[in-house]
Design a protein around this ligand. Structure first.
Ligand SMILES: O=C(O)c1ccccc1N[C@@H]1O[C@H](COP(=O)(O)O)[C@@H](O)[C@H]1O
Length: 213
């Protein structure tokens, strides 16, 4: 059976990290972008990342960050995977020699195949809806915009929740899914039940997908 990986993003509290781990998340996202309502400092990100058990990946989300800020985060959390969610070029992403995800802001007319070729060094291309403020808007994009295949692993995000993630996994067949707004009670404050329902729904989709339903 295929196992769709799960990233829970925008965590700001220890209890939410524990809930994500408990529910079976493969990665947690720490928003190192000070204009986000979910932003954490590097010092806070260190405290949160320390709670992770082995094999759960901390991901640092950046939007057009200064090199010194990325450097500081990598020094403080050497296991950090990078997520670039702004206007970063391939060179901006590659210079760290670290695994990275590159967010694509999906909208009609956006050439995802060209984007994936430009960022072919990314571990995965993360698909988010085009929103003001770069991301985390809780908005679903039109999945029918996607080409039949993409030459990189795909992380599906943008307005996912327990209510629509089964459909998303079965239609898009992504390597992983990523959620922030859909498991929140308020921006940056997650809900343990919503996280659990989300992860359970992904597992249900995996089962349905393997049994051909
Ligand atoms: O979470 C944020 O505040 C944020 C800010 C700037 C760029 C990206 C951000 N979050 C990422 O956006 C996608 C979709 O989130 P949502 O589930 O629709 O709320 C996800 O990858 C978040 O990590």
């Amino acid at each position: 059976m295929n196992r769709t990986r799960i990233k829970i993003c925008g965590l700001t509290r220890e209890a939410d990290v524990d809930a994500a781990v408990q529910a079976g998340a493969d990665a947690i996202g720490l928003v190192l972008y000070d204009k986000s309502p979910r932003a954490v400092t590097v010092a806070r990100a260190v405290e949160l990342a320390r709670r992770l058990p082995p094999f759960v990946t901390p991901v640092g989300l950046f939007v057009n960050a200064e090199a010194a800020d990325i450097e500081a985060a990598l020094q403080a959390i050497p296991t950090l995977t990078l997520q670039f969610h702004g206007d970063e070029s391939p060179e901006d992403c590659e210079r760290w020699n670290r695994p990275y995800l590159r967010a694509a802001r999906m909208a009609p007319g956006f050439d995802l195949l060209d984007f994936a070729h430009r960022f072919s060094s990314a571990q995965a291309v993360l698909l988010d809806a085009f929103v003001d403020g770069y991301g985390g808007g809780g908005k679903v994009f039109d999945w029918s915009l996607l080409p039949p295949s993409v030459p990189s692993p795909v992380v599906l995000s943008g307005g996912l929740s327990a209510a629509n993630v089964i459909d998303g996994v079965l239609k898009v067949r992504p390597w992983a899914v990523d959620v922030s707004s859909g498991v929140e009670v308020a921006k940056g404050l997650k809900d343990a039940d919503k996280i659990r329902h989300f992860c359970d729904a992904v597992r249900q989709a995996d089962q349905q997908g393997s049994s051909g339903h």
